[in-house]
Design a protein. Structure first.
Length: 191
C-alpha cells in the first residue's frame, strides 16, 4: 500500500463517476494482496481471507455510485476488510455454538430408540431431500458442502455472482430444514 491517498482517492472517483473498469482493476491489483494479508491478522485461513476481500471489492463495484468517502479510499478498504472479518468470526462463533448445542442434544438423546438412525438411513434421507431441489441449486450445494469448494470458486465456474451462490445455499438449507425437520440435527453431522 505505497500509493499516496490522493492517487487512490482519484482512482475511486474514476470508478464511481465514470464506471472506469480499468481504474477498478488497478485498485484491485494494488490492494488485493495487502488486504488479504491484513485480513489474516483476524482469520488464519488464506482462502477465507481471499473470499472476504474479493467480496469487499464486489460490493465496492456494485455500490460504487452510492459510496460516500468520509476519509480516504484506503481507510474505507481497510475498515471494510476489518468489519468483514469481524462479521465472519461472529457468524462462525454462532455456527459453532449451534453445532455444539445440536451435538449435545444428539448425545443426550442418542440412546432413545426413536432417535437412532443408521448412517445409511440418514444419508438416504439427505439424498432424497437434495433430489427434490432444483438441479442448479442442488449442484451448487453439493459443490460447497461435499466437494469443499468456496462460494467464489463456484461463482466463477458457473459464471454467477457470489451473492447468487449465497442465495442458492440459503434456499438449499431452508429446503433441507423443512424437508428433514425431524432429522435435521442429525443430518447436520453430514454437512
Amino acid at each position: 500500500m505505497n500509493r499516496n491517498s490522493q492517487q487512490i482517492d482519484a482512482l475511486f472517483w474514476k470508478i464511481a463517476l465514470n464506471d472506469d473498469e480499468a481504474a477498478f482493476h488497478e485498485l484491485f491489483v494494488q490492494f488485493f494482496a495487502p488486504l488479504c494479508v491484513f485480513a489474516m491478522r483476524y482469520i488464519p485461513n488464506k482462502e477465507v481471507c481471499k473470499d472476504l476481500v474479493q467480496e469487499l471489492f464486489f460490493k465496492l463495484w456494485k455500490n460504487r455510485k452510492n459510496i460516500q468517502l468520509h476519509s480516504s479510499m484506503r481507510n474505507l478498504l481497510v475498515s471494510g476488510v476489518k468489519n468483514a472479518c469481524i462479521d465472519y468470526l461472529r457468524k462462525q462463533e454462532l455456527e459453532q455454538s449451534y453445532l455444539q448445542k445440536m451435538e449435545e442434544h444428539y448425545l443426550e438423546n442418542r440412546e432413545k430408540d426413536e432417535n437412532l438412525y443408521s448412517v445409511v438411513e440418514l444419508q438416504e434421507m439427505l439424498s432424497a431431500a437434495l433430489a427434490r431441489l432444483p438441479e442448479h441449486i442442488r449442484h451448487v450445494f453439493e459443490q460447497n458442502r461435499f466437494e469443499g469448494k468456496t462460494y467464489a470458486d463456484i461463482a466463477e465456474e458457473h459464471h454467477l455472482s457470489i451473492k447468487t451462490i449465497e442465495s442458492y445455499m440459503t434456499k438449499a438449507l431452508k429446503h433441507l430444514r423443512t424437508e428433514l425437520k425431524d432429522y435435521y440435527s442429525f443430518v447436520l453431522l453430514f454437512l
